[in-house]
Design a protein around this ligand. Structure first.
Ligand code: GLC
Length: 609
């Protein structure tokens, strides 16, 4: 095989550690050799324009955390019908200032058994109604020309039960059965059930599925049609790495590793966050750095902070480039419901104290439910016990608590653990849906302000902001999923509605809800791109506003200070600036005369000194 200097240099840098980890996990020299050969092949097949991106991004290894970075997540069909359609809508994406788009799962899947695309039936084929692999590469190319990065889901924990491996396993081929977890009697599955929690306790209870066709149980942590892959088998690891490199070669810039904590299973454990998962992610990081260093890994770790942070690896041996700031997201909504920011401040302090290399993706909501993973140790010392507090939050956000204007639905309401999660769009949770329904202008005013305040706070946090397509125009819940028998049981579809282009048009009409939200966000995004103080090199911390209902954030950079004040309450508040000085309202572009400021209910301020 042709030797390439660039590849060999990168390979040499990691080879010792990669081999060591691979051998520790698999002790299989020939499979390791195969992996290395394939890495060379994928490198050789990599297009010149992508190799140029590799070089360019390697020169600036912090590329994924510059000021410009702002994500937008979207379902291809909901947004624009198919991949070609998305290409046609890139002007809009640019208008939204999105510097990367997360294309929600688009690989071939089985209708009615797709889990929103997270049950992949073929890793080398795009869902036919969305287009072809060529369309994907074309879209990526055009995105790159416009300076937009593309992110995709890499669902590596499981395959669809109609994936070729699963079909051959079901036909009794041992080679393929060994790629999953098969048991011919209930004993081991029962043992697993003793220590493994459930992901979908109501919609898909248990972690195993009985297959009468071959008289075996198969492990299915998620839905029964999502078969968990067995990463103890090196064939599984190798093949999935080839899939990863294949997508890198289609021009994907960010790979979102789905459900990372779950990928290694061991009897007698919770099958979450086991140390082998870190070995796998670390190897994946090195494989990427050798073959396609322009590609960044985004880990989906929906866990408490102590479990999330290890997925960054260490500064010397990094794993994921980026992780979701999930606890902050959930704590934000807790703050909205209790109109108090004490816990949020504590949570932000934890994140702000981490090494600056650790890049979090901030968001108000995503395509999944909001699980109430809060710091209950602290909350219970404040008399907020876990079960009643979760019940309160769910009552509050479903609009069943007096005074709540939020709308949405419960998800996986587990009668045993009383652990329901919540689904709804950011706008509906802020009251835009109920205000619109009631035609109540005053309520609408308040709801828009709340929605903007939350976005303004998100933009000021350390890390990168991510917007769910539709939130930029305040799109509300979509109840039509209830009429679709394939979606009816899964309330997450309430916040996965089709993008409303008709409403998006209103963004240009002054005074409409859409325009007010879109234009306000637009202005903040533009500032974020321009002002270095809003970028990754600024120091970020919280400060005490003296009022539990009002959150204070502060950014410092090159002698300048940016103060953020966010009123999470229904009341007007007067807050003193944390430091004396001459402040300017960064958004209104006007001087602030006093040493204190009055904020209306749910008002906010970005003040620069
Ligand atoms: C991730 C996805 C979620 C999906 C699950 C199973 O958590 O975000 O939508 O149901 O993985 O693949």
């Amino acid at each position: 095989m042709k030797i390439n200097k660039e590849f060999e240099t990168r390979f040499a840098k990691h080879e010792e550690e990669l081999r060591w980890l691979y051998m520790e996990l698999y002790n299989n020299g020939s499979m390791y050799a195969e992996l290395c050969d394939q890495m060379r092949e994928f490198y050789q097949k990599r297009r010149t324009d992508l190799k140029a991106r590799d070089r360019e991004k390697s020169k600036n290894p912090k590329w994924y955390r510059n000021n410009r970075m702002l994500g937008m997540m979207l379902y291809i069909d909901n947004f624009a019908g198919n991949l070609k359609g998305v290409r046609e809508k890139l002007d809009y994406v640019e208008e939204c200032n999105a510097s990367f788009i997360h294309l929600m799962p688009f690989l071939d899947t089985v209708e009615g058994k797709s889990d929103g695309g997270y049950a992949v039936a073929d890793f080398r084929k795009v869902r036919p109604d969305l287009g072809t692999m060529e369309d994907l590469a074309d879209l990526a190319r055009e995105c790159h020309d416009r300076g937009i990065d593309v992110c995709m889901d890499f669902v590596m924990n499981h395959t669809s039960d109609e994936h070729e491996w699963a079909r051959r396993a079901l036909a009794g081929e041992g080679e393929y059965m060994s790629r999953y977890f098969f048991y011919d009697n209930p004993q081991i599955p029962q043992e697993f059930e003793r220590t493994v929690p459930q992901v979908f306790p109501t919609t898909a209870p248990g972690n195993f599925t009985w297959l009468p066709q071959i008289g075996h149980y198969v492990m299915t942590s998620f839905y029964p049609y999502q078969w968990d892959l067995n990463y103890a088998n090196p064939r599984v690891f190798n093949e999935m790495m080839y899939n990863f490199l294949f997508f890198a070669n289609q021009g994907m810039d960010i790979i979102r590793i789905d459900a990372v904590p779950y990928i290694w299973k061991e009897l007698g454990t919770s099958c979450r966050n086991l140390k082998q998962v870190h070995t796998i992610v670390r190897m994946m990081r090195m494989i990427g750095e050798i073959v396609c260093p322009a590609v960044a890994l985004l880990g989906e770790v929906v866990m408490e902070p102590a479990k999330v942070v290890p997925y960054f690896g260490t500064v010397e041996k990094p794993e994921c480039h980026m992780l979701y700031n999930v606890t902050t997201m959930a704590t934000t909504w807790h703050s909205v419901a209790v109109q108090g920011t004490k816990l949020l401040k504590q949570q932000l302090d934890i994140v702000n104290q981490l090494p600056e290399e650790y890049t979090f993706l901030n968001y108000l909501r995503c395509h999944d439910d909001i699980g109430w993973g809060l710091d209950y140790g602290t909350l219970s010392s404040w008399q907020m016990k876990e079960v009643p507090h979760k019940r309160f939050l769910n009552d509050y956000f479903t609009g069943n608590f007096p005074g709540s204007e939020s709308r949405g639905e419960l998800y996986n309401d587990d009668p045993v653990t009383m652990d329901a999660r919540f689904c709804g769009t950011a706008a509906s949770m802020c009251g835009i849906e109920s205000a619109g329904f009631e035609g109540d202008a005053a309520k609408m005013e308040k709801a828009i302000r709340k929605d903007l305040m939350l976005h303004a706070y998100m933009f000021l946090q350390r890390g990168l902001p991510m917007i769910y397509s539709g939130d930029e125009i305040g799109q509300v819940n979509d109840y039509s999923y209830k009429e679709d028998p394939r979606k009816r049981e899964d309330s997450r579809y309430i916040h996965r509605g089709a993008f409303r282009w008709d409403l998006a048009e209103q963004r240009k009409k002054k005074g409409t809800v859409e325009a007010r939200i879109f234009q306000a966000l637009h202005q903040m995004e533009e500032l974020r791109k321009k002002e270095a103080i809003l970028g990754p090199d600024a120091q970020v911390c919280t400060w005490d506003t003296g009022d539990d209902g009002v959150l204070g954030l502060m950014r410092k950079y090159e002698g300048k200070t940016l103060v953020g004040i966010f009123n999470f309450t229904d009341w007007e508040k007067e807050i003193y600036f944390p430091e004396p000085g001459e402040y300017q309202d960064l958004l209104e572009k006007k001087r602030l005369e006093k040493d204190r400021v009055k904020l209306p209910q749910f008002g906010f301020l970005w003040a620069l000194k």
